[in-house]
Design a protein around this ligand. Structure first.
Ligand code: PMV
Length: 331
């Protein structure tokens, strides 16, 4: 074995991110490369973190994976690790992985984003690959489309790319977190894992929703405007674009047959409450991913008001508050 594989475990911490301009749907005919049908724009969260330890072990007959202390045997993770090993061009040992999230897993809180970003960085380093952040972003994308964005901090732009080999489908930083320190309040409606994974939901939307083509068309145009809004720090404009992207993503999913429904009653209540707050002069907008949780994005100094307003909605299990932060890093 000639690669400089890690003798010590490699530990990486990666943040979750939430898309303000969503990705929902994959390019077809590109194998397992997981190429997005549209670009996206996200914010990286400082306080929702996955920590992943990867240790190569010659004695293992298969990868041994534990998530939040529980052994898991997920095909998708094994496939991802096989891909990492294939990049070395050599026969490599299996590895032992311990990963934990400091927030609910698979509940529409971007755990696959932080999870695959952490795994991409830790496993590639453990197997002796030296990849730069752009390459790591492309690698993380193969695990989960949104994970490509967690390599970077602050405001992040994910390119759809046009090449069939996926070499131009990666994320890049757009604006640093310190340049525009937005805050996010997350209303957790349920900590239970969602019924349909994002991939299942988006594939079904692509296959059966009559609104899918329009969703793609409108979202691409919105991305250009949102990039400008971030660079100009135009909160009102970014808020309008973000709410439109989230609602149109869900509208396309709801229009599938049968419809994909991620919302609960409290999800709807939160949206109304956020709009009411905005009517009262509080700078705040919402976004919702593939789950019932609502993320309220606000300007510094307003998070506690937003939190208080969401706290008494019945059906909210918990509230999390976070600022924007940095991308994945080796500990
Ligand atoms: O990264 P995935 O494949 O789990 O999909 C993420 C999809 C959304 O969270 C709904 C939108 C996005 O761009 O993050």
């Amino acid at each position: 074995m000639t690669k400089a594989i890690a003798k010590q475990p490699v530990i990486v911490q990666a943040p979750a991110n939430i898309a303000l301009i969503k990705y929902w749907g994959k390019r077809t005919g590109c194998g397992n490369l997981n190429l997005p049908a549209t670009g996206s724009l996200s914010i990286t969260l400082s306080d929702l973190l996955t920590t992943t330890k990867v240790e190569l072990d010659q004695s293992l007959q298969a990868d041994a994976i534990s998530l939040n202390g529980i052994a898991v045997d997920e095909k998708r993770i094994h496939r991802f690790l096989d891909h990492v090993r294939s990049l070395t061009g050599e026969v490599m040992p299996y590895c032992r992985i311990e990963s934990s999230n400091n927030f609910p897993t698979a509940a529409g809180l971007a755990s696959s984003a932080s999870g695959y970003a952490a795994l991409a960085m830790a496993a590639s380093k453990a197997y002796g690959l030296s990849l730069d952040r752009t390459q790591l972003s492309g690698l993380a994308r193969i695990g989960s489309g949104s994970a490509a964005r967690s390599m970077f901090g602050g405001f992040v732009l994910m390119h759809r790319g046009i090449r069939d080999d996926g070499s131009d489908a990666f994320a890049e930083p757009l604006l640093d977190a310190t340049a525009w320190p937005l805050e996010v309040v997350i209303a957790i409606v349920t900590t239970k894992a969602k019924a349909h994974s994002s991939t299942v939901g988006m594939n079904h939307t692509m296959a059966t929703s009559p609104y899918y083509a329009q969703w793609i068309e409108h979202n691409e145009a919105r991305l250009v405007q949102a990039k400008k809004a971030v660079l100009e720090k135009d909160f009102e404009c970014l808020g309008a674009l973000s709410e439109a992207s989230a609602l149109q993503m869900h509208a396309s999913a709801m229009a599938a047959e049968p419809g994909v429904l991620y919302w609960q009653g409290a999800t709807m209540e939160c949206m109304h409450r956020i709009r009411q707050l905005r009517g009262e002069g509080v700078p705040v907008f919402f976004t919702i991913d593939a789950g019932p949780q609502v993320k309220a994005v606000t300007l510094p100094g307003h998070a506690s008001k937003v939190r208080d307003a969401l706290a008494d909605i019945s059906g909210i299990e918990a509230l999390e508050q976070t600022t924007l932060g940095a991308g994945a890093r080796v500990l």
